[in-house]
Design a protein around this ligand. Structure first.
Ligand code: 4AZ
Length: 226
């Protein structure tokens, strides 16, 4: 997170840390007590047995509760070269215990209007002294035409949404984490050219346009578990 502030997990209790061998490498979002939403590029090359999810922790790699992953569903149209449809669901091997620090977030069904201020959080690169604590920053929803112009129609598709603010952005390591507007999940950190470059907004998986995919895929995962 570039240009943000430290927050405690109670301010973003839907945020989780994805870990391999106890090491944080991406973020994720609590969809239900059994299902995490993340970026496909975070998990497409991972072995199930190596992956774990830490919930309820402010400091990455410390505290909260750690749970294993029993299944991964990648978006069928995820493109690992250009990161379109960069979304995946993880089925947890045991349910999360919800608390003040561990909460589900509802999905937005409509895109916020241009200029709406949303917030993004994570343990990623800060462009400053490294912090092990969760950080958050406010970014504004950018007009689709603007992102189409800079990223092109192959990369910036209907299921993408972008956001930016001067000196503020998500960055490496924040991928898979939440973009939140009015208490609802509107995006999943995906990619961008650099971080906080003035002409290149951050690109997110567009949750309102992926809503049906998330519901359908989650219901299949929930069934598989029974
Ligand atoms: C990354 O490499 C990454 N500025 C994530 C987000 C952004 C850029 C890169 C957005 O994981």
């Amino acid at each position: 997170i570039i240009g943000g502030v430290e927050i405690s997990i109670e301010k973003a209790p839907w945020q989780v840390s994805l870990e391999v061998n106890g090491y944080n490498f991406c973020g994720g979002v609590i969809y239900s007590k059994n299902i995490i939403i993340t970026a496909a590029h975070c998990v497409y090359d991972k072995l199930l047995n190596d992956l774990s999810v830490r919930a309820g922790a402010t400091t990455h790699n410390l505290g909260g509760s750690v749970v294993g992953v029993s299944a991964i569903s990648l978006h069928e149209q995820y493109d690992n070269i250009i990161a379109t449809n960069d979304i995946a669901l993880l089925l947890l091997s045991s349910p999360l215990r919800l608390s003040k620090f561990v909460q589900v977030i509802p999905l937005a069904t409509e895109e916020p209007s241009i200029g709406s201020t949303a917030s993004v959080s994570g343990w990623g690169y800060t462009n400053g002294p490294t912090s092990n604590r969760l950080r958050s920053v406010n970014v504004d929803i950018v007009a689709r035409a603007e992102c189409l112009k800079v990223y092109g129609e192959k990369v910036f598709i209907r299921t993408s949404i972008c956001a930016s603010a001067p000196g503020k952005d998500a960055c490496v390591g924040d991928s898979g984490g939440p973009l939140v507007y009015q208490g609802q999940l509107v995006g999943i950190v995906s990619h961008g050219k650099g971080c906080a470059l003035s002409t290149y907004p951050g690109v997110y998986a567009n949750v309102p346009t992926l809503n049906k995919w998330i519901l359908r895929t989650a219901s299949v995962l929930h069934q598989d578990e029974e």
